[in-house]
Design a protein around this ligand. Structure first.
Ligand SMILES: O=C(O)C(=O)C[C@@H](O)[C@H](O)[C@H](O)COP(=O)(O)O
Ligand code: ZN
Length: 394
């Protein structure tokens, strides 16, 4: 089997910022941090800190616009929409608000159309800016609507879940699901700005918080084992939502993601490492029905299967996979993947995984761990995948 070396970066991953390293352990509230995603004229900042959502100064540098539309969901709207609206009212002549139904089952055409309906009903022109206030579903759909409306209007990500702050709000993957496959319809379209207000994580249900931790953990095995070491010590502080630990985890995740996306925006190679655990994870989400397991839960169990597959292929040892499984478990995530079909479970997984966007010529390609901190993209014979699924599903 041919292995592609995905880790051929042109620059070194930035080092741990000492200021955050100190804050992560001292309990001191860290100052606002800025991570920049370097994409030429489409570069943008990611701000990370407390009290940012309602701070009008954060949005003041955006290009002038005739109106703003805040897209959120019915859970987030009562918590944060007015705070954001108040901040934007001093900047834009009109600020509209749209609350979509909440949850992964609504990441579809019908719900996406509600955004276009609102834009058209309000008479929004090309100078309208969209604000995505919420988690990954809101962010992906708002970004896709922004990419399509009048062939493109600017948008801003204001993520309120851990998963969105560390992953989905950054990097410009936007889109919706199809019943046959996750995120199958979409576009690469970058936001102008990402504002991560750590205070919004205080209202996040524990299950959602754990789901976000899956995407945080992902960055260790694929790129930064020092971060994995830190997560092992910091997991309890993180789950207690201590500000210093949160600031560190969000910043380091964004730094790694910005480093990857800055080198391969459209996933021609390197960016696929961010998909570790997702080939199995997406099969779980689609196979169970969107929303049954949260995306991060499916990615957590998917990382376990991908690590086991790496071990079966001799790329990592048992001690490494056990370490990863333990960390995923400590994050409050399931480590055994669900049975999707009682008659031919592995066959069902394989069927669902064949539509994965990384598949080529009918061959499913997996992001595997090729030694701690290093990822590789590889096609694997069905028999080996079947064996791992048979052993790894509950
Ligand atoms: O940004 C990326 O690249 C990722 O793969 C991040 C993933 O965590 C995220 O779930 C992404 O939406 C998956 O994209 P997909 O193309 O595999 O559907
Ligand atoms: Zn993901």
């Amino acid at each position: 089997m041919q292995a592609e070396n995905l880790l051929a970066p042109s620059g070194a991953l930035p080092e741990f910022p000492p200021i955050l390293r100190a804050a992560a352990t001292s309990g001191v509230r860290p100052p606002t941090q800025e991570v920049r995603i370097a994409l030429g004229e489409r570069s943008y900042p990611i701000f990370i800190g407390s009290g940012l959502l309602g701070d009008a100064a954060r949005y003041a540098g955006l290009p002038a616009a005739s109106a703003a539309l805040i897209v959120t969901n019915t859970t987030v709207a009562p918590l944060y929409a007015e705070r954001l609206r108040a901040a934007l009212q001093g900047i834009y002549p009109t600020v509209y608000l749209l609350a979509l139904p909440d949850g992964e089952p609504y990441k579809d055409w019908q719900t996406l159309n509600l955004i276009f309906d609102a834009l058209l009903q309000h008479g929004c022109d090309r100078k309208t800016v969209l604000f995505a206030l919420g988690g990954g579903v809101v962010g992906d759909m708002t970004g896709f609507a922004a990419a399509c409306y009048m062939r493109g209007v600017p948008f801003v990500q204001v993520p309120t879940t851990l998963l969105a702050q560390v992953d989905s709000s950054v990097g410009g993957k936007t889109g919706i699901n199809h019943p046959l496959g996750k995120n199958m319809i979409g576009a690469f379209y970058q936001p102008r700005l990402v504002v991560c207000d750590l205070d919004t994580l205080d209202t996040l249900p524990a299950r959602e918080f754990s789901a976000g931790l899956a995407e945080v953990i992902k960055y260790g095995p694929i790129a930064d084992m020092a971060f994995m070491d830190w997560l092992e010590t910091g997991m309890d502080a993180l789950r207690a939502r201590e500000r210093g630990a949160l600031a560190h985890a969000v910043r380091r995740s964004c730094e790694i993601k910005a480093w990857v996306v800055g080198q391969d925006e459209r996933e021609s190679g390197l960016r696929a490492i961010l998909n570790f655990g997702h080939t199995f994870g997406h099969a779980i989400e689609a196979g169970l029905g969107y929303g049954q397991w949260l995306h991060g839960e499916a990615v957590g169990a998917g990382m376990v299967l991908a690590a086991e597959l790496s071990r079966a292929l001799g790329l990592v040892d048992a001690a490494f996979t056990e370490r990863l499984v333990r960390l995923i478990e400590r994050a409050g995530l399931p480590v055994r993947a669900p049975v999707l079909d009682s008659k031919d479970n592995a066959g069902r997984y394989l069927e669902l995984m064949r539509v994965d966007k990384k598949a080529e010529g009918g061959a499913i390609r997996f992001v595997l761990i090729d030694g701690p901190g290093r990822a590789v993209l590889r096609a694997v014979p069905d028999a080996q995948v079947r064996a791992v699924i048979d052993a790894g599903c509950a």
